[in-house]
Write a protein that binds this ligand. Structure first.
Ligand SMILES: Cc1ncc(COP(=O)(O)O)c(C=O)c1O
Length: 397
């Protein structure tokens, strides 16, 4: 069942599956094996040379992972996908495949803290030039494109302040300048249920599958989706040789299980987040709410165009700044103070000291990340319970 016409929820369950002809298992088994035996020396040589189809060694391919890769490629509308042992593994394998010394990357300044560090402190060490811009301002992107630009990298909605970038316009401008520039979009906050960047003109999608894709807070994983040729390069160079960031069969199995409910989970995350965002917006103790579903969010109209719904992530600032924000975080009862997102549990955290501690004060200000910002990942609890806990925490500030 690989039809692109079946509904998203149906494809999340059936796409990419293979029939277990030997034992008729309904669920894809966990091929917990590091290597695969050959019938002969000749067959081993043919498999290693890629002249015969089959498995050799689980750092390059594993059957449980293959099913996950086929399924996620289908859901993102890409030709192919490869997995990684973490979101950071996926991002670094992708960028090592695209860039090298003397090349130039344009990146949005508002990124997950470790991605920012990878670009700002990592790639620059090895002779890659990185220019941070605000990709929601197309003129800034245009002004910084250069002959040696190989990638434009962005998140939308961005972590942690939910900034929205117009993927279609960025892709058009970058490709008009040079068709070989790879527009890479981190789709972690949206998931393919809400947004499919490849259909909007992006070349590559990366994910922290640790988040909504798996959805149960029990796996660290990453994904890269794009054209077949490029994904083969990421798998054979970025993952196999450069990072060795290989997803285990067990984690692949858990993500396949999580994906079966992605649509129902995302619908619930979105509807609860809208209720919570409206509640926060109505509280006079709250200075500012960042949620793309609110009409006053600067990216609301673009989000309406490129996303099916507005997602489960909210950020806000409490009146009284950083100290008041910390007091609120420390006052929750049902909610959990933790980094990560996209789980069944509602999580809240303080980006400036946690997920975005890799930014210094000037970099935070430049990226529009307030020192007192609180980030909320709305879980699957009843909306009234989440709101009641936030109401009592706000009351204690
Ligand atoms: C938007 C985004 N991209 C990438 C990552 C990195 O993913 P991982 O923690 O799976 O390495 C994260 C982690 O929080 C994230 O929020």
């Amino acid at each position: 069942m690989d039809s692109k016409n079946a509904s998203f929820g149906t494809r999340a369950i059936h796409a990419g599956n293979i029939k277990d002809k030997q034992n008729h298992a309904l669920t894809m088994p966990i091929y917990q094996t590091s290597t695969f035996y050959f019938d002969s020396c000749e067959q081993g040589a043919a498999l290693c040379a890629g002249e015969e189809e089959g498995y050799v060694y689980s750092r390059t391919a594993n059957p449980t992972r293959t099913v996950l890769e086929a399924k996620i490629a289908n859901l993102e509308g890409g030709e192919a996908a490869c997995t990684a042992a973490s979101g950071m593994g996926a991002i670094s394998a992708t960028l090592w495949t695209i860039a090298g010394a003397g090349k130039h990357i344009i990146a949005d300044g508002t990124l997950y803290g470790c991605t920012f560090s990878l670009l700002n402190h990592g790639f620059t060490r090895y002779g890659v030039e990185v220019t941070f811009v605000d990709t929601s301002n197309i003129e800034e992107v245009k002004a910084n494109l250069k002959e040696n630009t190989v990638a434009v990298y962005l998140e939308t909605p961005a972590n942690p302040n939910l900034k929205i970038t117009d993927i279609k316009t960025i892709a058009k401008v970058a490709h008009e300048y040079n068709k070989d520039i790879k527009v890479v979009c981190d789709n972690t906050f949206a998931s393919p249920y809400l947004q499919r960047p490849l259909e909007l003109g992006a070349d590559v999608v990366v994910h922290s599958a640790t988040k909504y894709i798996n959805g149960h807070g029990d796996v660290i994983a990453g994904l890269v989706i794009g054209k077949e040729d490029f994904i083969t390069e990421v798998r054979n160079f970025g993952i196999k040789d450069m990072t060795g960031s290989v997803l285990s069969p067990m984690d692949s199995f858990l993500i396949l299980r999580g994906l079966k409910t992605l649509e129902v989970r995302m619908k619930q995350h979105c509807s609860t987040a809208m209720e919570v965002a409206k509640f926060l917006d109505s509280c006079e103790e709250i200075e500012k709410v960042y949620y793309p579903g609110l009409e006053h969010h600067p990216g609301h109209e673009i989000a309406k165009e490129q996303m099916r719904d507005f997602g489960g992530m909210i950020a806000f600032e409490v009146k009284g700044g950083k100290a008041a924000g910390a007091k609120l975080v420390n006052s929750v009862d049902l909610l959990t103070i933790a980094v990560s997102l996209g789980d069944a549990e509602t999580l809240l955290q303080h980006p400036a000291s946690m997920t975005h501690a890799t930014y210094n004060s000037e970099e935070l200000a430049e990226a529009g990340i307030a020192e007192g910002l609180v980030r909320l990942s709305i879980g699957l609890e009843a909306p009234e319970d989440i709101i009641a806990d936030l109401r009592q925490a706000i009351g204690r500030v």
